[in-house]
Design a protein around this ligand. Sequence first.
Ligand code: SAM
Length: 290
Amino acid sequence: MPDLGKPQNTIELIKKHRFHFRKRLGQNFLIDPHVLGKIADAANIVPEDCVLEIGPGIGAMTQYLAERAGKVVAVEIDSELIPILEETLKPYPNVILIHGDILKQDISALAEAYNEGKPLRVVANLPYYITTPIIMNLLRKDVPVKSITVMVQKEVAERMQARPGTKEYGALSLAVQYYANAEIKANVPPNCFIPRPNVGSAVIGLERYEKPPVFTRDPDFLFRLIRAAFHQRRKTLSNALSHGTPDGITREMVTRRLRDLQLSETIRGEALSLEEFAMLSDLLLEEIHD
Ligand code: SAM
């Protein structure tokens, strides 16, 4: 099978099958062997690994993954791509092709069926219209995934990796960093794709922690606070939390607990680290339950 990372091979295949790109499904195929190799390398795949690929397209990245991994489970939503994939992936008996929506897959059942229940490595050039729900679903507790190496919109990668006090820092940074160490591996320009996206892209690696780097009594409550804190990010934290959560938090509770943490009463959420949010979350829980 010719290297589908090469633009002429992709174009030939698309013409042969009279395939039409669907913008609605985030279809921007990678046509750069260097980038495809780089993503597969960044994922640190070994032959014992079972890789879950989201949206294989015509199978360009799948080929690179199948060369390295013991097994690749590839989930593609577009029925037009299934016959193409059956052709391009024929030489790779270690690829399992599933026609379906990744947001509706039971990842534990896939790990059970294809990897003896052991955690999977996720590698993908993600459809950008659903990047955040896909990643948050994969990071959730009890989902058997040990790493996620994915191409996303550059701004989204920057938000996932961002540190407190930067303009990119927000609810997504904290949600991702609660579960995983996030590191941008490469920036990728639009000309590496067909059709070209009108945004820059980046490959981000998320290495899941064995357990979260901070302790908190109630992670759901912590995430409600974080969402409220960044819902209107120009507001002070005491304002944002006393208006933005359904938990009956008052401005006085927040200022009192900020003082306990030796933080300014007028501080904004964007200045707090994950650890500070976790401590504040536990103190506010005490307030509510008192
Ligand atoms: N992996 C290919 C590549 O790198 O050239 C294609 C990547 S393209 C950015 C995204 C792929 O995800 C498309 O093939 C698209 O049809 C597929 N896709 C979109 N939404 C999906 C979903 N909900 N579940 C599974 N696949 C999806």
